[in-house]
Design a protein around this ligand. Structure first.
Ligand SMILES: O=C(O)C1=C[C@@H](OP(=O)(O)O)[C@@H](O)[C@H](O)C1
Ligand SMILES: C=C(OP(=O)(O)O)C(=O)O
Length: 425
């Protein structure tokens, strides 16, 4: 797919549902009693992988596109799947489901695509083993395929070396079935969608600072869920609105949970004109319409506690920094190396190919903004965040940018290119 310099982007856009919340609504709905009706469900390939795994474990799920209805079977209602569970490209599916499976009364093997089979799983295997789980990497390389034999688990207090909602959620889900209390402490607070939704379904979950705590209950109870727009997907339109001169975009009903809203803080610190309208805090997951107007930006340092709140947006933020005056430093972001691709290496290589002044560091990158970018051939490495980042960057560069593997945006944002094109008219 090819991109050239765009005229101002104008108009309104509604972003597809949040990926993290969509996954959890199917998972928790499946182990709850009763029906969970999910509206604005993300029909991305990752969330469809989650649906397919739970269908294989005997859960009846009706997918009517915008609405998904999960007929939960209760905490002990999952059945042994007849085949291997395929988590596709989804780290969230693989890691969260492992926590659940560790405590069932059957054994199972799960795997995923080439990218998933390279992503680190020791980070969940270790704490689950401390709880009494039997979980092994089939090839003994710390990656999927994973073989899990369900066991009786006991609670632990785990101190995680990384702030990761996937690690935290995996342990909390195992803790839902374990004897006693299970606690996870992280260096910084990661996204808290599991805690919010589990509590909403009747789980005994508490949080204090960077510690989340769960104690077993008899059952969870399904409930209605309205999934907010995904701020990680909105990020591409926030950036396009800021980077393309003369643009003004209203992004409707985006989730602005404080554990996810780092991009708004960073853009404002860079001098961006961003207004939150129609802020709604009625449910546990607050939403707002985000109004973005183009303008000049300046470089900043991004690191520490804000990193987990914008981890998936960092590729787009790095590209945006090329259009800001002065230096932007991204640090404490080594987690970027273990996503769908090594996002530090892939960003530095591709931004450099477009003429940017960018240097890789051990835990991030340093970008000196202000150099005009030119088009280039971009290998997305089949990483959806990389493809979307360079589609937007291509709209701000001289000449033509070609994205290889552009169709991978289907993982988290089917219809992304059509939505972008609509705002260009
Ligand atoms: O829990 C989740 O839904 C997610 C957590 C994050 O991963 P980590 O927990 O590995 O940081 C994020 O990058 C991913 O896109 C979704
Ligand atoms: C890292 C991501 O997802 P996951 O870990 O679920 O594959 C992402 O969507 O950017």
């Amino acid at each position: 797919m090819k991109f050239t310099k765009a005229s101002p982007l104008k108009g309104e856009i509604t972003i597809p549902g949040d990926k993290s919340i969509s996954h959890r609504s199917v998972m928790f709905g499946s182990i709850a009693k009763g029906t969970t009706e999910i509206s604005h469900f993300l029909q991305g390939a990752d969330c469809l992988s989650t649906i397919s795994c739970f269908k294989k474990m005997g859960i009846q799920i009706e997918n009517n596109h915008d609405t998904v209805i999960v007929h939960g079977n209760g905490l002990r209602g999952l059945k042994k799947p007849e085949t291997i569970l395929d988590c596709g490209n989804s780290g969230t599916t693989t890691r969260l489901i492992s926590g659940l499976l560790a405590a069932q009364d059957f054994d199972v093997t799960l795997t995923g695509d080439e990218s998933i089979r390279k992503r680190p799983m020791k980070r969940i295997m270790e704490p689950l083993s401390f709880m009494g789980a039997d979980i092994k990497s089939v090839k003994d390389n710390g990656c999927a395929p994973l073989s899990i034999i369900g066991k009786k688990l006991h609670g632990i207090h785990y101190t995680s070396p990384v702030a990761s909602a996937q690690i935290k959620s995996c342990i909390l889900l195992a803790g839902l079935y374990a004897e006693g209390e299970t606690k996870v402490t992280e260096p910084y607070v990661s996204r808290n969608h599991s805690e919010i939704m589990l509590k909403y379904f009747g789980a005994n979950v508490k949080t204090e600072g960077t510690t989340a705590c769960i104690a077993p209950v008899k059952e969870l109870y399904g409930n209605k869920i309205v999934v907010p727009g995904d701020i990680s997907s909105a990020a591409y339109f926030i950036a396009a609105g800021l980077m393309i001169p003369g643009s003004e975009i209203l992004i409707k009903q985006v989730g602005i949970n404080p554990t996810r809203d780092g991009i708004i803080h960073v853009c404002r610190d860079m001098g961006a004109d961003i207004t939150l309208l129609e802020v709604n805090t009625d449910s546990g997951e607050p939403t707002a319409d985000i109004l973005v107007k183009s303008g000049s930006l300046h470089g900043i340092t991004i690191g520490g506690a804000i990193i987990p709140t914008l981890i998936d947006e960092l590729p787009m933020i790095a590209a945006m920094a090329c259009f800001a005056e002065g230096e932007t430093m991204i640090k404490d972001a080594a987690e970027l190396k273990v996503k769908e691709s090594n996002r530090i290496e892939v960003m530095v290589r591709n931004l450099s190919a477009m003429g940017a002044d960018v240097k890789e560091t051990e835990d991030g990158m340093i970008i000196r903004g202000g150099r005009p970018l030119h088009g280039a051939v971009i290998d997305s490495k089949l990483d959806h965040r990389i493809a979307m980042t360079f589609a937007v960057t291509g709209l701000c560069a001289e000449g033509e940018t070609e994205i290889l593997g552009a169709e991978c945006v289907n993982i988290s944002y089917p219809g992304f290119y059509q939505d972008l094109e609509r705002l260009m008219k």
